[in-house]
Design a protein around this ligand. Structure first.
Ligand code: IMP
Ligand code: MG
Length: 179
């Protein structure tokens, strides 16, 4: 697995620091609120697992699944909800937790969908932001790191469902997805 990585972009210690800083901001902003962290499966699962343990605010979690890239590296633009929230979010302060925002297609759809419900607030926390590739504007409330336009894997992020278990974020060698 490691031989497929061109370069480490964010190491384990850097990710820990990022997660700690995000959790501190979230704790400041969500005092006395009814926080629900909504993770988008599967990419956000590692980040959410670390973030929720770094956050000290009482919270619940939920998950959504949308149709994704399949095995490619470009967003198709088509999106379906394959798994919806398991509980109502009326009056809740929803924080969507995402691994990466690339074209913004997924998140602009999800945010519109959640904002149409009766939540008290809907905000977005992403570990990684690739602004160079944005097709749809997405308001990001909490950003872990802004990264260049490279295809990255690890810490939950996949290529064709693999590499999610790398403990760091690495740039995948282009020959892996071009052959
Ligand atoms: P968007 O709709 O183009 O913003 O795509 C968001 C989703 O695409 C993310 O949640 C990831 O699952 C996937 N994605 C985008 N860029 C990458 C990447 O560099 N590596 C792995 N997955 C990515
Ligand atoms: Mg994802």
């Amino acid at each position: 697995m490691e031989k497929d990585i061109k370069r480490v972009l964010l190491g384990e210690e850097e990710i820990k620091t990022i997660v700690k800083n995000l959790a501190e901001q979230i704790d400041r902003d969500y005092q006395g609120k009814k926080l629900v962290m909504v993770g988008l499966l599967k990419g956000s699962v590692v980040f959410l697992a670390d973030l929720m343990r770094a956050v000290k605010t009482k919270c619940s979690i939920d998950f959504m699944v949308t149709s994704s890239y399949g095995t490619g590296t470009e967003s198709s633009g088509r999106l379906n909800i394959l798994k919806d929230l398991s509980a109502p979010i009326d009056g809740c302060d929803v924080l969507v937790v995402e691994d990466i925002i690339d074209s913004g297609v997924t998140l602009s759809f999800i945010l519109d969908y959640l904002k149409a419900k009766n939540a008290n607030s809907v905000k977005l926390c992403t570990l990684l932001n690739k602004p160079d590739r944005r097709k749809k504007p997405v308001p990001v409330d909490y950003t872990g790191a802004v990264i260049p336009d490279d295809f990255v894997v690890g810490y939950g992020l996949d290529y064709a469902e693999y590499y999610r278990n790398l403990p760091y974020i690495g740039i995948l060698k282009p020959e892996i997805y071009s052959d």
